[in-house]
Design a protein around this ligand. Structure first.
Ligand code: TXA
Ligand code: MG
Length: 327
């Protein structure tokens, strides 16, 4: 038997919170699109989302929280980068992917060890999270494969009879889904573009890989530009030790360290590209090495040379390739 879905506003918030706590589903507005929410830690409730949407099980859900401090309830560790991003863009249309807590069910993250966390900028969404006292897993509230809902009526069309309650907050303001940013990579990667743009993120992060795989760099605060940089993430390191640490920390399938001859000797059996023993040799080989490296690798570490002895111009180009990040 089909039960008619209730559509209500803030006056239904008590009921909405109760439904979530008891393992039910509530559709709610956010500033991007409407979400179909359940307690992120209740595996059965999360499975019910997939059933209601007809969503493939291998597509992870975003977990919604009300404030940055609550990220620790969902993420195993909340990197400083995440806090800076939340500070600047939250509440707002940005989802940050980081390592998940082991207790978060596989159903929520589709078996991934990471979780996308977002603080929505909508009073009803925030009220629902607070009232329920739960972190809320929510995909867009459409049937899988259909257009995301930007009005309560759209949700009703897809979900009537499948869920008990839709909170109606009118038309959503942003209208497309949040930007999804993975910060578990050496250079953060935009998995889905949205209203928080690559340029906006680069200003906070220094460097970000956009959804087309291009590295977007901010040189100075407020000055964003694109320039030649390898198509894969590239970092610079002043010491062989630092270069090896970056290399070892990267989970890229193919990676390489580029540098001068003596630097290369200190890199052990890691994959290297030796560009020469003198400033002249290194300068003449730099760009061809970068082009070769980016074709064969997903991550590049490059030596930042000592400023003495004719390496200044070389370092200038290396700084650009690495987008200003030098360790
Ligand atoms: O604006 C939005 O993000 C809306 C509102 C309701 O918050 N939600 C939304 O959810 O669009 P959904 O499920 O339709 O899209 C979530 C996207 C998917 O592309 C999914 O693959 C990605 O986020 N995603 C979620 N968790 C992820 C993870 N741990 N790693 C990589 N991608 C993830
Ligand atoms: Mg969706």
């Amino acid at each position: 038997m089909k039960t008619e879905t209730i559509i209500g506003g803030i006056e239904q918030i008590g009921l909405a919170g109760q439904i979530i706590r008891e393992g039910g589903l509530v559709a709610f507005p956010t500033e991007t699109v409407y979400g179909l929410g359940a307690d992120a830690f209740n595996e059965e409730a999360v499975r019910a989302i997939f059933t209601a949407k007809g969503r493939p099980q291998d597509n992870p859900l975003i977990v919604h929280i009300a404030c940055a401090e609550d990220a620790t309830k969902v993420a195993a560790e909340v990197p400083e980068t995440a806090l800076r991003l939340f500070e600047k863009f939250s509440p707002g249309p940005l989802t940050v992917v980081m390592k998940k807590r082991p207790e978060l069910p596989d159903a929520t993250t589709a078996g991934l060890q990471t979780v996308g966390i977002r603080i929505p900028n909508h009073p009803l969404a925030l009220a629902l999270i607070r009232e329920s006292g739960r972190a809320i897993a929510a995909p867009s509230a459409n049937s899988s494969g259909r257009v995301s809902p930007t009005e309560a009526l759209h949700v009703y069309e897809d979900m009537n009879g499948k869920i008990p309650l839709i909170l109606d907050g009118g038309k959503t303001s942003v209208g497309i889904e949040s930007t999804v940013l993975d910060i578990t990579k050496p250079v953060p990667v935009i998995l889905r573009p949205g209203a928080v743009t690559a340029d906006m993120l680069a200003e906070v992060l220094g460097k970000v890989v956009n959804h087309k795989g291009e590295v977007i760099v901010a040189e100075a605060p407020g000055m964003k530009y694109r320039h030649y940089a390898p198509v894969c993430p590239c970092d610079a390191a002043k010491t062989a030790e630092a270069a090896c640490a970056l290399y070892d920390a990267s989970d890229a399938a193919n990676k390489v360290i580029i540098g001068g001859q003596s630097f290369m000797k200190a890199c052990g059996d890691r994959k290297i590209m030796d560009i020469g023993a003198t400033p002249e040799e290194c300068t003449s080989n730099l760009f061809s090495a970068l082009r070769k490296a980016e074709k064969e690798n997903d991550y590049i570490v490059i030596q930042y040379f000592t400023e003495e002895g004719g390496y200044a111009s070389l370092n200038n180009r290396i700084t650009k390739a690495a987008g200003g990040k030098i360790v």
